[in-house]
Structures are given as C-alpha cells and as structure tokens.
Design a protein around this ligand. Structure first.
Ligand SMILES: NC(=O)c1ccc[n+]([C@@H]2O[C@H](COP(=O)([O-])OP(=O)(O)OC[C@H]3O[C@@H](n4cnc5c(N)ncnc54)[C@H](OP(=O)(O)O)[C@@H]3O)[C@@H](O)[C@H]2O)c1
Length: 285
C-alpha cells in the first residue's frame, strides 16, 4: 500500500489533484489532504480522505501531517518571497518522515527563467536537489484560468489591456496540471524527473481573437509599455508593488519566459491538453 499526500488541498490545484487521485481508483484512506483549515475540506473527510493540519510555517504541524506518507505532492505556497523557507520546512520534514518521492509544482524552466516568480521556484528546486528524496519537478507554465477568470471583465470592456507585446504564453488548465501531477505521483518514476508542463501557446492578441470567436462579442487586445501598464493597474486600485509585479509578469511573457513547445503535459496526461477555446467556452458557460 502506498500513501499519497497532497499539500494545499484546500486550494484549487490541490483539491483537483485529490479528486483526480480518487477518480483514478486510489483508496480514500490512502490519500492524505494536508490543509491549514480542515473545515475547508470537510467534504473530502466525509468521503474517507485522511485530512491533517499542516502549515508551511509550522514544522511541528508538518511532522504530524507527513507521518507515514510515501509520495508527496508539494503545491507551491501563495506568498511570493516567503516560499523558499516555507518549502524548505516541507522538504526537510518529508525527508525525516521517510517520504520516498516529492512532486513539486515549480515554474516553466525555473532554473533559467527571467520571470519574477522564478527565484522562489529555483530556490526550492535547489533545496529539493540537495535532499535525499527523489524528486519530480512539475514545471507548470501559466494557468489558462489566469485569463478565463477575467472573461466577464474582458467582455464588459471589449478590451484586454497588457504589456506582453507579441510574447507567446503556453498555458493549460489547472485540471490538466493536476492530472499531470497525479500521473507523476502514481507512476514508479526512476530517479529525479523534470517535466516542462504547458499547453498550446498564444499571444494576448490571439487570446482576444479566440474570445471574440467563442463568445461573439468583439474583444481587442491593447498593448502598452510595462510602465504604462503598471500605471493603468495603479489607476484600477492596485497598490504600487502589486501593479509593478503584475506588469513585470507581462514583461516576462514578452521576453518568452512562458513559451515552450514541450509536449510533456500531454504525454503525462495521455491526451491533448484542454485548448484555450475550450477553456473560454467553459468559462462562458
Ligand atoms: N502557474 C500559474 O499560472 C499560477 C497561478 C497562480 C498560482 N500559482 C501557484 O500554484 C499554487 C497553487 O495554485 P492554486 O490555484 O491552487 O492556488 P489557490 O487556490 O490560491 O490555493 C493556494 C493554496 O495554498 C495554501 N497555502 C498558502 N499558504 C500556505 C501555508 N503557509 N501552509 C499551507 N498551505 C498554504 C492555501 O491554503 P488556505 O486554503 O488555508 O489558504 C491554499 O490551499 C499557488 O499557491 C502558486 O504557488 C501558479
């Protein structure tokens, strides 16, 4: 019997991974959902999933949460800049607990990427590499939901504002990344593995065209400089730091950081990734 644990199981990706583990026939009693707030996953507990409290900032909680776990999906935390010490806690506790493999949700080409998000992931990958635990790096590119969650706003404004220029984004749904993560957990992989995970690529102008085609409402992409984009975001009410960070992410797209031709995702999930048009259609519904 193999025991699988998923951290951040109360979040969108973690919950999808737990659901996918169960859908593929893993016994609920062999799945540990690690969360900060058990009440958020009461439905999983009711279905027999083992729910344990674990906070990346609290090593004692992680020690209890990871006892007896064989394979761990470590979903990256949500506080950029704080993630390396948080993830280090998880990796060190997992190693002490005898976890045999850690699958970690990293970032596309985290080791060479110029993305403002890359340092946390590269730092975590280094911690994993120096641990004695076998590692599956799930280097996720952008979520399609980063865009489809804003569909209502795009349709209302008839416009998408950005500073990504003609940079291409290779994106996929959270569900597809979760499915890839579950395959990596369930497969008896040898040694350390690196998976560069992404779906088909598009520019933000092509995103606008797809939204127009799928919804019948004309949406155009308005491309501005990084500085103009940051100023516009401040005008929409974002604080200076957040506006600069979001604008820097578009600059990173313009530089090609989120573009790849890798087919690792569809190979892991055993089917084509959900397309942009399908994701827009689902969000519209
Ligand atoms: N590739 C992309 O486009 C992209 C986009 C956004 C995020 N991400 C990354 O992918 C991760 C998962 O995405 P998501 O959509 O599932 O995010 P999400 O829905 O916001 O969920 C974040 C999860 O992280 C948990 N968490 C945060 N801090 C924690 C801590 N100190 N200890 C334990 N758990 C903690 C949260 O727990 P609570 O429920 O207790 O708050 C929640 O379960 C994010 O955290 C981020 O690192 C990637």
């Amino acid at each position: 019997m193999t025991t699988y644990a998923v951290t951040a199981a109360s979040g969108q990706l973690g919950r999808l991974a737990v659901e996918d583990l169960l859908a593929r026939g893993t016994a609920p009693a062999d799945v540990v959902a690690v969360v900060r707030s058990p009440g958020k996953v009461a439905d999983l507990a009711a279905r027999g999933v083992v729910v344990r409290t674990g906070d990346y900032d609290d090593r004692a909680s992680l020690t209890t949460a990871l006892a007896g776990v064989d394979r761990l999906l470590l979903v990256s935390g949500s506080e950029p800049g704080r993630r390396i010490p948080q993830h280090t806690n998880v990796v060190e506790v997992a190693e002490a607990a005898g976890v045999q493999r850690i699958a970690y949700t990293s970032l596309l080409r985290a080791d060479t990427s110029g993305s403002p998000l890359a340092a946390d992931h590269a730092g975590t990958e280094a911690v994993l590499a120096s641990s004695g635990v076998a590692v599956s790096l799930l280097r996720n590119s952008w979520y399609l939901e980063n865009y489809t969650s804003q569909l209502g706003q795009y349709l209302e404004n008839g416009a998408i504002l950005g500073a990504a220029h003609d940079g291409r984004v290779s994106a996929a749904t959270r569900a597809d990344y979760a499915a890839a993560a579950v395959t990596a957990l369930l497969t008896d992989e040898d040694g350390d593995q690196v998976h560069e995970l992404a779906g088909a690529s598009f520019t933000l102008a092509e995103l606008a065209v797809t939204i127009t085609e799928v919804t019948g409402t004309t949406v155009t992409y308005s491309d501005v400089s990084t500085e103009e984009y940051a100023a516009a975001l401040r005008g929409f009410g974002l604080d200076e730091g957040t506006a600069g960070f979001v604008a820097a992410l578009d600059a990173s797209i313009a530089a090609g950081d989120l573009h790849t031709d890798s087919t690792d995702l569809e190979e892991l999930i055993g089917r084509p990734a959900t397309s942009l048009a399908e994701a827009v259609r689902a969000a519209r519904a």
